[in-house]
Design a protein around this ligand. Sequence first.
Ligand code: SAH
Ligand code: SF4
Length: 346
Amino acid sequence: MPSIYDLDAAQLATYLDAEPSYRAHQVWRGLWDEGREIADITTISKSLRHRLAEDFPSALEVAHDVTSDRGATRKWVFRLHDGATIETVLMAYVDRVTVCVSSQAGCAMGCSFCATGQAGFTRQLSVGEVIEQVMYAARAAAPRRLSNVVFMGMGEPLANYPVTVGVVRRLHEHRGMSARHLTVSTVGVAPAIERLAAEGLPLTLCVSLHAANNETRNELVPLNRRYPLERLYDACATWIATTSRRLSFEWALIDGVNDTDQALVELADYAGSLQAHVNLIPLNPTPGYLVRGTASARVYEFRTGLEERGINVTVRNTRGRSIDAACGQLAAVTNGHKSSVALRTR
Ligand code: SAH
Ligand code: SF4
């Protein structure tokens, strides 16, 4: 087991079966209700803490810890037990505190504009490795309460389906988090969206659309060749019909690629017929994709154009740009030039 958070309550009780039965409850409460590190679960003896910590060392070793946006954004690169690296980003807002978690080390989807996609796939994360990111961030956020979890770090959550579902279930059941506060972002694995719709899980779904014609989307998101826009549309419609929940599309604005008037009309048609919300994301530059992001004047023009067509749209404020805090970028840099991260600015 990579992490103590991989254990469910019954497995923890089995592990502690030589102890009085209330012991498992004390440990469980310390881990889940209070989000403590094993060493800080002071309701149990020092020797038991020591044994637990030896058998279940922390899954996350901090390789880098960087702060930006005057302290409101904090990003960690964590090294896992086998040396794989992932990233986790904590973002504090006036009304909420959000953690962005990784669901895989790397990603096999190969989206051209994404640093994680450019670096390729290393391995799946376990439930515990994802939960530990949440708990680590919750401790760092204190005294504020961590309110939201978004699966928008490294990896494609629906390509690690059982783990994503397991994490959402546990955060709901053991941390009391609700659908409004749990968001899964997917590149558009159509059959997995349909399967997810049937789980009855409390979560919000975002689909990374980026283009609403197959030719452009094939270039940006190779998975579109397997699940083209028509197939994705059916899956989105199923999601909405089954869950009665609103869907969001993400659209990273790329100069001359998907910010044209034609792209705007295509997006308005696609999103409009599903009554989906659109989230415009200014593109973060990455080493492997040399096309520029859309200039900000055009971003706002594009937003207005969508609004005029009746689309509900927001422009995402990209946090942590100076620390490459969007989608795997810091980890990509870290692998190559270990010391350059903290000093990098744009
Ligand atoms: N694999 C999932 C979730 C992780 S990516 C997905 O693709 O949805 C989270 C979001 O960041 C996605 O919408 C993705 O398209 C976007 N993204 C990736 N690289 C980006 C970049 N360079 N600039 C802006 N957004 C990017
Ligand atoms: Fe993977 Fe998402 Fe990046 Fe595409 S955008 S490569 S699916 S992490």
